[in-house]
Design a protein around this ligand. Sequence first.
Ligand SMILES: [Zn+2]
Length: 400
Amino acid sequence: MCSTPSLRPMFSFSGWVIDNIDIDWGSSTAVVDLRRDGRIQQIKCSRCLHTVGKMREKVRTVQDLPFGTIDVRIRFTAYQGRCSKCGQIKTLTLPGLTPKAQATDRLKQHVSHLCRYMPSDKVPEFIATSHDTARRWDKEMLLKTLPAPNLDDIRALLIDEKSIGKGHHYLTVVLNADTGETLFLGEGKRKATLDMFLASLSLKQRASIECVGIDRGGSYKASVKEYLPDADIVFDKFHIIANYNEVIDKIRRREWRQAEVDDKPFIKGQRFNLFRNPENLTPKRETSLNELLSMNEDLNQAYILKDMLRQLWTYTYKACASKFLDKWIELAKDTGIDELKRFAKGLNRAKEGLLSYCHHRITSAKIEAFNGVIKRIVYKACGYNDLEYLYLKIRQESLK
Ligand SMILES: [Zn+2]
C-alpha cells in the first residue's frame, strides 16, 4: 500500500491554501501557488473592523525554504484596500511577511542559523541568495529574536577594550560578570564610550551594581567613578599578570642585549616559556627554562616573584591579602631590579583595586574567553564595519 502525504502542512500559512505546485526539475526550482481561503477570510479594517472593499491586487513571489536542492518560491496575490468607513489602508499578504519582503521569515531564520555556524559567504552555496542578503537577513532575524539586554539587578560588570582587525580599531565591551551576557558594545576605548552606556542606565539600575572589573590603565576608571561612585573597582587579575609578563619581557630583552653572542638565540627563544604558568610547560620546555633561570639572576628573581604574585588571588580575607601584597612589594623592591621596583610601586598605588578582589571575586576570564569568539565572528560574519550587527552576533554567543 502506498500513501502520498499532503504538502499542505509545509505551507500552512493561516488563511491561505495551496493552489498548485509546479516543479521544474531542469532548473531545480519550484513555484508554489497559494490562494486566499475565501471561506474564512474577508478583508477587515484593523481600526474599525468594517469590511474593506477590494482596491488593488498584486502578484508577489517570495523565496521560501528550499526543498532539498530545489529552490522554492511562493507565489500569491496580495490585496490592498481602503476602508470605506474610516479610510485606513489595509494590506493583506501572507502572515508574517512584511510588505516588501523578498523571502519568508522561516527562510531568513534558517539563513540566520547557518550564519551562526559557517562563514556567511558560504551560505550562497546552500541557499540561492547573495552573501550580502544572507548577512542582512541574519541581522534582521537577530534584531527580531534576541531579547533586549537585561540591565536590572546587575551585581557586577566587566569592562574591557578589544582591538579588532588591522590597525588600532578599538571597541569597548561591557559584560554582566555573573552571567557573561554582553550588555554593550561601543566604538573606541575612551571614557566617553563607557559614559554612553553608564549614562543610559537608570538610577535604580546603577544602584544595584556593587563592583566593576577593569584594567588598571585606560580611561574607564574615571567613567565608573562618575556614574557608579558607590561601586568598588576591581583591577583585573589577567591584566595585572599580563603587565607583569611585559616586565619580565623587558628584563629578558635587556639580558639579551648584554648576553654573549652564543647565548643570544637561547634567551630569545624563551619568551613563551617565561609567560607560561609552570604547570602548563612540557618537561622539555621546563628544562630549558630552568637552564636559563640558573644562569640569569635577574630573570630568575623576576620569575620566582611571578609565581608568588599569582597567590594574591587565592586569598579570601582582605587583611591577609593586604599583608601578602605588602610583602611582595617589599621583596620586589629588595631585588634592586629597576623594572621590578617600578612595577611594585604601581601595585602599591593600585592596592585598593587589587584587594577588592577578595570580596567580589571577579576576573575578566569571561571577557578574555570572548577574544576568540569575537575573532571568529569577525571572520565568519561581518567584519567590523557594521557595529550593530557585530554587537548582535556577540550578544547571540553570550546568551548561549
Ligand atoms: Zn476602518
